[in-house]
Write a protein that binds this ligand. Structure first.
Ligand code: FES
Length: 209
């Protein structure tokens, strides 16, 4: 496979031609915030949290932008910050109020992003709208869905589609009301629980774990 060389934050990296910037960054232990990216899935560019600056100018989503020879990528800059910070602050404000007791605490991608971007919890608290907590749902015997934590990244839906050809999980409703539901015949679910494993924020919870 042809190789290319480019820089991320002034550090030279070598990558296979055709690799996306985010893929290469993560392989080289350079963290770029991301929620809707999973290495096994086709990147969809939904969350926009992987925004980076390319060649000292434009912004691009690192999960969907292919690295090029000689490219200069910056993962942090005032423009990147202006693009990413409001998205993550609103997502956190809409997320469940507390990490206490969450089975994903410590391996949650939102916690990681908050730490990486040094998000001010007090500022986010002010953005939090008063809304009714929704009850936990049992999507199917074996696993539950916590709607108050869902970041609508779509990894669970895409995983099911990808592994089984058709998804048992779907998005229902729109905007802040969007949630994940089981659709159709629940017996079609093969209980592989890969959607649970890949959920970045502990929204899907296996009762076996
Ligand atoms: Fe790139 Fe979500 S990880 S847009």
């Amino acid at each position: 496979m042809d190789k290319i060389r480019f820089t991320i934050n002034s550090r030279q990296v070598v990558a296979d031609k055709g690799a996306a910037i985010l893929e290469v960054a993560l392989q080289n232990d350079i963290y770029i915030p991301h929620l809707c990216y999973h290495p096994s899935l086709k990147p969809r560019g939904v969350c926009r949290l992987c925004t980076v600056e390319v060649n000292g100018g434009g912004l691009a989503t690192a999960c969907r932008t292919l690295a090029e020879e000689g490219m200069e990528v910056r993962t942090r800059s005032p423009d990147v910050d202006r693009a990413v910070r409001p998205i993550i602050e609103l997502l956190i404000a809409d997320h469940h109020a507390s990490c206490r007791g969450c089975p994903s605490s410590g391996r949650c991608e939102l916690q990681r992003i908050m730490a990486n971007l040094r998000i001010d919890r007090r500022r986010v608290r002010r953005l939090r709208a008063t809304k009714k907590e929704l009850p936990m749902e049992t999507l199917k015997p074996g696993f539950d869905y916590e709607p108050n934590k869902c970041v609508r990244c779509g990894i669970c839906v895409q995983t099911c589609e990808d592994l089984h050809g058709t998804s048992c999980l779907y998005f229902m409703e729109r905007g802040y009301g969007t949630r994940i539901v089981f659709f159709g015949d629940k017996s079609k679910c093969e209980s592989c629980l890969e959607c649970v494993v890949r959920c970045p924020v502990g929204v899907l919870i296996s009762k076996k774990t």
